[in-house]
Design a binder for this molecule. Sequence first.
Ligand code: NDP
Length: 435
Amino acid sequence: MRRRRNQMDTNKLSKFYKKTHAEKISALKEAGVISLEEATVLTEDGLDLDPSVGEHMIENYIGNYSLPLGISTNFVIDDNEVLVPMAIEEPSVIAAASFAAKIIGSAGGFTTAVSDRLMIGQVTLKNVKDMEQAAQNIKAAEHNILERANEAHPSIVKRGGGAKALETRILEADPEENIPAFLVVHLHIDTQEAMGANIVNTMMEGIAPYIEELTGGKALLRILSNYATECLATATCTIPAHKLKTGDYTGEAVRDRIIEASQVALADPYRAVTHNKGIMNGVDAVVVASGNDWRAIEAGVHAYAARSGQYRALSKWQKNDQGDLVGTLTLPLAIGTVGGSISIHPGAKLAHKLMMYPDAKRLESILVSVGLAQNFGAVRALVTDGIQKGHMGLHARSLAISAGAKGEHVELIAEQLKKAPHMNLQTAKELLNNL
Ligand code: NDP
């Protein structure tokens, strides 16, 4: 398979996880991923927001709250290698993603498909006397409504986007719950490279008076829906069974156990939530690093997991005719590469550079692939060694740091903690005192 390397010399990044912090920064510079200036920022000052910027981003600003930023390696997505920046406080997520991406990359990597990026805006109307007639009036005025929406935000139309389609939904009354009927008007809006909340909200506020006129109802809510069902990304990967062999387990046994675990997560909401949390470990970390709104993504993804009426696993693992393990994941991913804090936050700016400035569709491909890798890594570990073996090693490091260990003492105390009968903060403190 031919892989485009995006002018990045990945050989310089081999065994990245074994390098010290300074060596990692220098390897990124030598690989042509970051500039000398960015290397200096990473080594000396970090990526914190300037207070003069922070105080304009949120209200009552008092300082910055840092998260560690790391890089997942080994990702090959649609034949392109990519470094994946992740902002996350949880140990083992980046290691698991890189490990999973290595196995999947050796089998051809991830293939993705991204739908048109249409955001949904809602005007929700109350007190509509004749729902059917109102819905007909809306449909008849579709062209005018779309035009008015676009007049409310003309710059997105100039960029090639804008309101494209309309639909109505009648929410029937539920007397048992004392809920009256509502009429909802949906606009499907192409927001180009933006996540689009502000664009959509402006449009919905712009058309609400006209919608009221057409329906005789009163507009109660005028805002985008975070249930982004018109903005979907799918990743698939195919792994030959022999690549799954580990310890005493044959590759076929690991494959079948992963498939069974996937079936459990489709059937049992209690398992599905944890299964999906594992997927979102990776997705959220990239959403945060890229300066996107992770609450929006979280809300949409979990609603999508419950679209059948039962909360289910977002991913599916199956066997193909050749006996390979095939994984699929589809997520609604209303992210952007412009807007919000993306061009303001120094960490977000660096993250986009690390990913070679993906457009919004490519960023979706990266996110959904990371989710599938994370899921594979977690389920593979669960059905073989269990995840505690890897986790506790990393947890030991966190305990060592909490106890006050610094520099090389962190690894030393972590190693001793792993052998101690009780791995906790008290033991870490005692070990540090004895050092
Ligand atoms: P912004 O309003 O910050 O940015 C979008 C603007 O970027 C566009 O209106 C456009 O303005 C400009 N732009 C420049 N280049 C492009 C391009 N190639 N494609 C599209 N637009 C471009 O952000 P969004 O509208 O994306 O809204 C996202 C923000 O809204 C996030 O911070 C989110 O947290 C927040 N939010 C989320 C809500 C929710 O999820 N429910 C609710 C409310 C806010 P122009 O064309 O005029 O230059």
